[in-house]
Design a protein around this ligand. Structure first.
Ligand SMILES: [Zn+2]
Length: 377
């Protein structure tokens, strides 16, 4: 433990050299909302201070030529399970500067969160332990997990997570093992909200998605796998206050291949895409997440694959970029992130070519900045 702690302290001091003030000139910008064909962006001391075509520069400003390049906000991954600092550095290298953990060991998590201000690591947001039933999904990974049996257990479970300082609550409804009852899930969501935390839920079946959202879940962390949603079911879902969906298409498609499941019981890739498109067309925010390290998915560049799959499902390139940037910031309340706006953190990605027209250009990254400092790649 001591050695681990020492390593963490050491990591905390590895900070890339700072460029205090720089201007990216004449660049195409996706600002988290829209595309500006040509503008300039000034960064001072880690903060975006100006976005305008004509920016006054002084001799001390480093000038970066943005011609033929595109600037976007840093990416966020809305569904990960990070077990070590290396996962956070792999993410940062790929321009993924915020990651949302959906179930892990709270003592490790609190150490890894201390890397939030280190340039070469993604900021780490956590659910702590996910809520699950005894022997339920989430208990099979070799670390002890607190479990619940009944609605009366919900209050203590949430109090414990709040004491562990979690950012939001994750609940697992997964009937292939023991799973939480509908009443227990409802109680957990209610207690989470009383404790001022969002509640997001793992589901794999459409009926469970409809049920947990009817109990006011703030989001679901996978698209359902089993059935196509019908018009009346969708209408019912949309009656609810806002919620978001993290489809994790890459994980789902890879898991289907890996598990050799009975295909007759699962949606085809095209039908999975259609579920996402229906939600998107009806104004449900779609968030990019990949669930690494499940099915061998990495914490960095594999997020680009998820963006491509969202694109293939019928979302425009701009909407897909939102799914990987501003939609995550909005849904998880990440202040001053996810957009390129004056006053926001200088969490930026500069790319060659035009990723706003072709999402495959995501792998053309030139520079990633976290708080205005260059991430080592
Ligand atoms: Zn997961």
């Amino acid at each position: 433990m001591k050695k681990l702690l020492f390593l963490f302290i050491l990591f905390s001091f590895v900070i890339a050299s700072a460029q205090n003030s720089f201007v990216i000139k004449d660049v195409k910008l996706f600002d988290g909302e829209k595309v500006i064909e040509r503008t300039s962006v000034k960064v001072d001391n880690g903060t975006i201070v100006e976005v305008a075509i004509n920016i006054h520069t002084s001799g001390k400003d480093q000038i970066i030529d943005g011609n033929g390049k595109t600037l976007i906000p840093a990416l966020s991954n809305a569904h990960v399970h990070a077990w070590a600092p290396q996962s956070l550095s792999q993410a940062a290298k790929a321009g993924v500067l915020n990651v949302m953990d959906m179930h892990g060991v709270e003592t490790y998590q609190s150490m890894m969160r201390q890397l939030k201000d280190s340039t070469n690591y993604a900021r780490y947001f956590v659910a702590g332990y996910a809520a699950t039933a005894p022997e339920g999904h989430g208990t099979q990974f070799g670390f002890p997990v607190p479990t619940l049996n009944k609605p009366e257990d919900a209050k203590k479970f949430i109090t414990d997570r709040v004491e562990a300082n979690v950012d939001y609550i994750k609940i697992i409804v997964e009937p292939w093992r023991n799973t939480l009852s509908s009443e227990t899930v409802a109680a957990l969501i209610k207690e989470a909200h009383l404790a001022d935390r969002m509640a997001v839920v793992h589901v794999s079946r459409l009926a469970d998605a409809i049920n947990v959202l009817s109990h006011d879940a703030d989001g679901i962390v996978h698209i359902w796998w089993d059935k196509e949603i019908k018009k009346d079911q969708l209408d019912k879902l949309l009656e609810k206050k806002t919620f978001f969906v993290i489809p994790t298409l890459l994980t789902t498609i890879k898991a289907f291949d890996a598990m050799n499941l009975d295909e007759a019981k699962l949606l085809t890739k095209e039908k999975l895409f259609a579920q996402v498109k229906k939600l998107f067309d009806n104004g449900v925010p779609i968030l990019a997440g990949t669930d690494p390290p499940n099915v061998g998915i990495n914490f960095g560049t594999d997020l680009y694959q998820e963006l491509q799959l969202l694109n293939e499902s019928g979302m425009s390139t701009i909407e897909v970029l939102k799914a990987g940037t501003s939609n995550v910031a909005d849904a998880f309340g990440l202040e001053d992130r996810g957009y390129v706006i004056a006053g926001y953190r200088a969490d930026l990605i500069l790319l060659d070519g035009d990723v706003t027209n072709d999402i495959k250009q995501m792998n053309q990254i030139i520079t990633v900045w976290k708080d205005g400092k260059v991430v080592k790649r």
